[in-house]
Ligand binder design. Sequence first.
Ligand SMILES: [Cu+2]
Length: 225
Amino acid sequence: MKSLILTLTAAVVAGTASAGDVTGKISLKGTPPPEKEIPMDPTCGKLHGSKAMTRFYTVDAGGGLADAVIYLEGAKGGAAPAGTVVIDQKGCEYLPYINSATVNQTIKVLNSDPAMHNVHPTPTVDGNKESNKAMLPGGSPLEFAFPKAEKFLRFKCDVHPWMFSYVSVFETPFHAVSGKDGSFKITGVPDGKYKLVVEHRKAGKVEKEIEVKGGAKADATLEVK
Ligand SMILES: [Cu+2]
């Protein structure tokens, strides 16, 4: 009872516990090397339509870098992961290329192609299970979940050796992937001080200390390696 009263008093003194969104833009400095054309087989070439290219650096006209993973390192609290991470196989490519998930969150893989794929996650952290499942055209979605944190956990297709997608799995629910313009949003972050980390498969990593007070803005720049 005593601790309950103390807790209530603390809440009254602090006012309403506040949370907000951490938003910002990830930019790329430098000129990335040109992407390479992916030599697809004729069936996939037709399904893909346009030229298939690697997606190492996806940068828009304003210098915004897509596919960077942003997270609040070690941050506790927050809601359980909402919803499902969905990865589609379309035009013999995984979409999105880069994803983020919370441990044990459902990752659903679809097949929108009239072609067979083979979904093969290849985790490297103990406790995360490798599996390998064929997926016929129109097949039911496959579901995966990983109990351990792992950065850039790779999914590949054994039928099409160029097909890759990566899912970064976190203990904390506070993570996001930057969109086409480099922008990102991590929702519902309780007020406090955090270490924000930005990581990109090719451009490496930057960290910055941020303070959230009903939300925060945090831009970051990565450099071409
Ligand atoms: Cu495939």
